[in-house]
Design a protein around this ligand. Structure first.
Ligand SMILES: [Zn+2]
Length: 178
């Protein structure tokens, strides 16, 4: 159920689970887990635009940096000072990465005009995802998508054009990316 790609798959799996016929388990599930399914089911999490992030790695990374700065017996004052020091350093790193994205010129020449358009409009991080989707168009099938939106996890989560949108646009005779 956690990895359901769409609502129909989730409902099918949930029905199988409920058909197990264990009243206490069903009650526990319906009281504690069903109301927060948007927090643990892949297709529902994607709708909130989670950028395909399903781990707490960023939080763990922050915690690790904080622990390297502070000792085990730090006072509250030392903790707060250390917290804001680490936060400031992380924000500086983020700002530098963002500045590099705009200030550094790209030396790679894209192989075609679509890739060139994608790379000129998006950050390199986002463009890598979109180029992967573009490369997968030949391996995909028509889905219930329009020229600008799709219900797949990738599009819902990243808010970027997916392989299904590219395929729909291609079949409609539109330019793949504009
Ligand atoms: Zn899609």
């Amino acid at each position: 159920m956690c990895y359901a790609q769409n609502e129909k798959d989730f409902v099918d799996l949930e029905n199988k689970f409920l058909d197990l016929g264990c009243p206490s388990l069903t009650e526990y599930y319906e009281k504690n887990w069903r109301p927060i399914s948007n927090e643990w089911v892949k297709c529902f999490k994607a709708k909130s635009g989670d950028f395909l992030n399903s781990t707490n790695n960023r939080l763990e990374s922050f915690n690790s940096k904080l622990k390297s700065l502070l000792g085990h017996r730090s006072s509250l004052n030392e903790f707060v000072r250390g917290f804001f020091t680490v936060l400031s350093a992380i924000r500086s790193e983020r700002d530098k990465a963002a500045a590099d994205e705009f200030l550094k010129s790209k030396t790679l020449v894209p192989e075609n005009t679509t890739v060139a358009a994608i790379r000129s409009h998006l950050t390199s991080y986002a463009a890598d995802f979109v180029c992967q989707e573009l490369a997968a168009v030949s391996k995909t099938v028509v889905r219930n998508s329009t020229n600008t939106s799709c219900d797949c996890c990738f599009h819902q989560s990243m808010r970027l054009p997916c392989r299904h949108i590219f395929l729909t646009r291609s079949l409609a005779g539109l330019s793949i990316y504009d």
